[in-house]
Write a protein that binds this ligand. Sequence first.
Ligand SMILES: [Zn+2]
Ligand SMILES: [Zn+2]
Length: 128
Amino acid sequence: MEPIKQRYSHQRETILNVVKSTLVHPTADWVYKETRKVIPNISLGTVYRNLNQLVESGRVLKLKDEAMVRYDGNIVRHDHFRCSACGKWYDIELLDQSIFKAFAEEHNFRIESINLELEGTCKNCLDA
Ligand SMILES: [Zn+2]
Ligand SMILES: [Zn+2]
């Protein structure tokens, strides 16, 4: 048998790979289903615990809306567009941040983090 510590980190790495393998910003349930394809006997509680640890160590982002918590394996700074019809989150890359710098300079504020979340209807839902 593998030492317990090694088994735990193997589970965590597998879960991290599952989250990083997708752009869907998955829920814990989704991560659980996908992780079970690799580790069939893993429990939902273990998946939750490992997801929380990955969030705490900054390797996964946690996103929240009114309905549910989602996870994001893309930790390079980016923003989101959330579809209010299907609930999917889409990444927005390279948004021009000069307007925020101008705002900070005007008011003598120091910006420490920027988290933008746009809400609307995605193309799939508009076409449906
Ligand atoms: Zn949609
Ligand atoms: Zn994202």
